[in-house]
Write a protein that binds this ligand. Sequence first.
Ligand code: ADP
Ligand code: GLC
Length: 491
Amino acid sequence: MAKIMMVSSEAHPFAKTGGLADVVGALPIALQAFGDEAAVVMPRYRSISKDDAELVREDMRVWLNGGYYRVDVYLKMHRGVKFYFIDCPGLYDRDGIYGDRHGDFGDNALRFAVLCLAALGVARFLFRTDIFHCHDWQAALLPLYRKFYFPNDPTFEGTRSLFSIHNLGYQGYFPHRQLPEIGLDDRFWNAGALEFHGGGNLLKAGLIWSDYLSTVSPNYAREIQTAEFGCGMEGILRDRSSRLTGILNGVDYDDWSPETDRFIAAPYSVDDLSGKIACKRDLLEYFGFPVDDRHMRRPIVGVVSRLAQQKGLDLLGQMIAPILDEELTLIVLGSGETALENMFNHFSWARPDKFRCWIGHNNPLAHRIEAGSDMFLMPSRYEPCGLNQMYSLRYGTLPIVHATGGLDDTVDGETGFKFWGAYGPHLLEAVRHAVKVYWNDPDTWGKMVRTAMRRDYSWNASASAYSGLYQSLLDEAAEPEPESFLPGVAS
Ligand code: ADP
Ligand code: GLC
């Protein structure tokens, strides 16, 4: 049994912008079945109430740049797991998680540096840790601080760190002048350390100084070692390929199952799909479409997504006219880049006969779209894992996906529709093919729906793989730190 500390900027149900939160909210719970005890350390953002939390450490000092930050640590128990919240109002008590309407916060490097050091404090005082499991660039400095600040500290002796890449497209850039603010100096400013094309890059700290690396699907683990998907990190990742693995994310079926989903109009299951019709009616009504025979018979194609370049929704924009010429209804829920928001708002206005969107973040509506749609579109340019296609499978909502990353790993010809190459015409062809099967071959459609719903992507297999990985890291003979134990750091 190992004690695992997950360090993350997001965890469902406390703070979420994307799938990272789903993973950090579910994996610690799933690990319990394997005898591991996992806790989560994250910031206490403004949206997270202290009222139902226990103050477990007051005035813990985080030393940086010759001064210190005072943080309080709050604890909440959630489904048997300890969630520790780092309360430092000057850094986290703001309207957004990473930024506000003016853009990203300028002090994000500092905000997440303090998170990493505070997590080491939690390990010292509150949750003696065997494995630090750090997620994405926000937690990438932890392995570096652990080695650089506390090289011979008994608290951390024998501990190991695992760094999980959820999305290589986000690397935590910062300018050179902020290096002292995060407690580092020019020894770290070179291409073998944090410097990247003249700027600073937090992600590199995790890639270089963690004991082991993982990412969220086997396919993405291969892809990121190539120039096409490596976002400039492919060299480091190839060098460390013997210390890199891909473990597919799971689905928390307690949250995402049509049998028990509290957000949807009627429950349904693979044995009795009648509730799905009620969910379709509910979705049409919600978006203000007439609930007549024509609309009920037309397939609904759903999209729930961050509106970002990664997600390939500009390809949908390119092809929206011919797509809407098909006998279908298209519904989009998303928020993000203004250009994409404007584009979808425009089409809602221009083509109200077949298209509607809801701009913003809306979890209940995400569930209703999964349940009420017939197809789910994910044309992502790249997709480390992707959760929505797995949710869609469970809801009998057949995914149409670009064959990349985790989408390629989880959707096949028996459960959905794939296209190769992130090009508008390929996307259009896949949508046309799906629509044709839907209208012309209901038997095949019904069979695919049932096959999709029976696919099992529960956390069990993934949590078992993580548990095995933690153990193998702990079993590795604790090697004495070599003299230059910080590769890349000039002396
Ligand atoms: P990513 O993490 O890259 O955004 P994933 O598919 O892994 O992609 O996870 C996305 C998660 O965020 C899913 O749980 C999805 O339902 C949710 N989500 C994305 N956009 C929205 C939105 N606008 N409203 C509600 N939930 C959303
Ligand atoms: C990222 C990826 C997504 C993945 C999620 C959780 O946000 O874009 O593909 O499912 O992290 O690992």
